[in-house]
Ligand binder design. Structure first.
Ligand code: GDP
Ligand code: MG
Length: 670
């Protein structure tokens, strides 16, 4: 039995999904978190699969995910739909419910967030509402696991009895006439196209192009339909889409009139409004955001994360030392000894020690996200993004990009226009991903230990600034036109839940550990092999004679004008394409340091401080890792465009690093 979970963004779908299936999907107080559908078996039920679909406001497909959801309903035909409705915002949420009723699938409404409704002193007469809508309604609180068992039972019953919503006639007057006349005309075609008649007729009235093309109406039928709709528009004095929207909202208002009792503006809402007055202030909004980020970075890099990272690297170095001793005592073959210590331990260890820093950063970021603050930042950023031809909606994927570009690029599917989507895909890689943190941290520790948070902020903001400039360029060349208006609802401020913050941190840690022991592990071995042997496969005593040095020297001249034309940093940049952490592990392996702490000293010999800044600028901006490139290719739908985009990004990185280095030289007089 397949049950679809459907509802507005941020209505608690994923929370309910986790509750019913016992899985740990990411929950965020942030519209647009779930972009792909996820499946899971319902706990304690045989043969019951729940599908978590992306959140949508309506079934009129304005965005890619609305299409996904609509197709799932019409083509896969789930046995039943659980429509999750945010009870604190019931009128708006029921809009989707009404559209589901038109499709005619068995629907159970899960009235979520009842705990908040109670807290606000509001009340909802569930039996009356259920009667008015002609649907089974189960009040629940997904976060507190209330009513979930009853919801499952009701859903099973509804699915087994194929309880479709009672054929309530939603429409009245003019719209009623139009829908029914058109239903009469298209009856045969709707059947042939396997579409529910009532739904198809409504869509024809709305003028939905996708449905129209599925129906294959004859020219004369189209003409008659058009005449009917025109007449309706003329009589009502509104256009077709508005006429249907009005009709639905009228129906909702009458269904809720006696059933929903609101206790005026709740205290929560008033508090939210008061907080928003400050946080989304016209001038203060952005400075406040920067201060919040500065505080986050300070706590992460100077206070908590740094200390934990130091402890961990101490532990790793001790273990490496012990293993080194052990291998020496056992008289293990020199080459194998070197591979294990200089290759694997140093390479993986140099990356691993940043685990606490990354987990700490994501601890703060998930608190900011879960509390609802990040949605405000998207709102504040809208004005800025509009200047480069994007809307605040694009901030969501970009924000995810600070974690990892791959899910960020996928999150662009929530954007309504293809133009906004493509442009956002091109700009997202400029948001510095968390895999680059080890690079920044290593270099700041080596060159500017006193200014760590400032350097970090500088890099993150630097990436954004270059992204903005690149966006301006795109706007005036490839992407002329206007972004769609910004419609994102600001979720209520909520106390972050410990569970969801922990899940978030665990996800990051797991991801990082997996990468350290797969990609970084392999890369360290390959780098060690390439730097230990020459082209005739003889072991070299000085890695400067190795195969790798040969490759590095070949490309090093490209980077000479940027201040780091040595073979070691060139090679590190290349291995960085597998995963950005590999830049650090490669530097560690190649400089032959005994432990990770010593890397700091060695870097001072390889780079001047100015060259280090230039190197940081280059790693910040140059093309993302292979996984992200693959995501860009998939979402742009063309290998050629993806290749061009990557080439452009490397070009931008080179130019910026060049300017940093050459202008810096002029100023410093070196
Ligand atoms: P989705 O976007 O529909 O998947 O929504 P999520 O499951 O990500 O939840 C959105 C927000 O609502 C999160 O901050 C949840 O913690 C919160 N939430 C979900 N269910 C409830 C509930 O029953 N009561 C309360 N108070 N909050 C909830
Ligand atoms: Mg979700």
């Amino acid at each position: 039995m397949i049950i679809a979970l459907l509802g507005n963004p941020n209505s608690g779908k994923t929370t309910l999904f986790n509750q019913l299936t016992g899985s740990n999907q990411h929950v965020g107080n942030f519209p647009g978190v779930t972009v792909e559908k996820k499946e899971g078996a319902v706990r304690g039920q045989k043969n019951m699969t729940l599908v978590d679909l992306p959140g949508i406001y309506s079934l009129s497909p304005y965005t890619a995910e609305e299409v996904v959801t609509r197709d799932f309903l019409l083509v896969n035909k789930p046995e039943a739909v659980i429509n999750i409705v945010d009870a604190t915002n019931i009128e708006r949420n029921l809009y989707l419910t009404l559209q589901l009723m038109e499709v005619g699938v068995p629907v159970v409404v899960a009235l979520n967030m009842m705990d908040e409704v109670r807290q606000n002193g509001d009340s909802i007469d569930v039996p009356l509402l259920s009667k008015n809508l002609g649907l089974p309604i189960v009040p629940i609180s997904a976060a507190k696991n209330e009513g979930c068992e009853e919801l499952v039972q009701t859903t099973i019953r509804t699915a087994q009895q194929k309880d479709r919503p009672r054929g309530l006639d939603l429409c009245q007057g003019e719209v009623h006439r139009a829908v029914h006349s058109i239903a009469h005309i298209i009856e045969k075609e709707a059947k042939a196209a396997d579409l529910p008649l009532r739904y198809a007729a409504t869509k024809v009235v709305e003028g939905d192009p996708i449905t129209l093309s599925k129906l294959h109406l004859t020219d004369s039928e189209l003409e008659i339909a058009e005449t009917i709709v025109r007449e309706m528009e003329a009589n009502l004095g509104t256009d077709r889409e508005a006429a249907l929207a009005d009709m639905r909202y009228d129906f909702i208002a009458s269904a809720c009139r006696d059933a929903v009792k609101k206790n005026g503006n709740s205290r929560e809402l008033q508090r939210s409004i008061a907080i928003d007055r400050v946080l989304t202030h016209k001038y203060l909004g952005i400075p406040i955001f920067l201060c919040v980020m500065l505080l986050t970075f300070f706590l992460t890099f100077n206070v908590i994360g740094a200390v934990l990272s130091d402890w961990l690297s101490l532990g790793i170095d001790t273990l490496t030392g012990l293993l080194d001793q052990g291998l020496a005592n056992l008289g293990i073959n020199e080459a194998v000894h070197s591979l294990l210590i200089d290759g694997v331990c140093v390479g993986v260890g140099s990356v691993l020690s940043f685990l606490p820093t990354i987990v700490t950063l994501f601890f703060f970021l998930s608190i900011l996200e879960d509390s609802g603050y990040m949605a405000r930042v998207a709102f504040v950023m809208d004005k800025l993004l509009r200047k480069i031809g994007l809307s605040g909606r694009s901030f969501v994927p970009m924000l995810i990009g600070f974690g990892c570009s791959v899910p960020a690029i996928m999150a662009t599917r929530t954007l309504a226009s293809e133009r906004d989507r493509r442009m956002t895909i091109l700009l997202t890689p400029f948001m510095s991903c968390s895999a680059k943190l080890p690079i920044y941290a290593t270099f700041t520790a080596a060159f500017f230990p006193a200014y760590a948070p400032l350097v970090m902020i500088g890099l993150y903001v630097g990436g954004m600034v270059v992204g903005v400039l690149y966006g301006l360029l795109l706007k005036s060349t490839l992407f002329k036109g206007k972004p769609v208006p910004f419609v994102m609802e600001l979720p209520a401020y909520r106390l972050p839940s410990a569970k969801s913050v922990l899940i978030h941190m665990w996800e990051k840690a797991k991801d990082f550990l997996v990468r350290a022991f797969t990609i970084i592990f392999m890369a360290s071995i390959v780098i060690w092999l390439l730097q230990s042997f020459d082209t005739r496969l003889m072991m070299v005593s000085d890695s400067g004679d190795s195969m790798l040095a040969g490759i590095g020297r070949f490309i090093a001249p490209i980077f000479a004008p940027l201040g780091f034309g040595n073979w070691i940093s060139s090679t590190a940049l290349i291995t960085g394409l597998t995963a950005k952490e590999a830049v650090v592990s490669t530097l560690a392996v190649l400089t032959n340091v005994p432990d990770t702490a010593a890397l700091t000293t060695v870097l001072g010999e390889l780079f001047t401080p100015l060259a280090a800044v230039s190197f940081l600028a280059f790693t910040l901006l140059y093309m993302p890792c292979v996984a992200a490139v693959a995501a860009v290719k998939r979402e742009l739908g063309s290998a050629k465009y993806a290749a061009l985009a990557m080439l452009a990004q490397c070009g931008v990185a080179w130019i910026v690093a060049f300017l940093v280095y050459q202008i810096g030289r002029l100023f410093l007089g070196v």
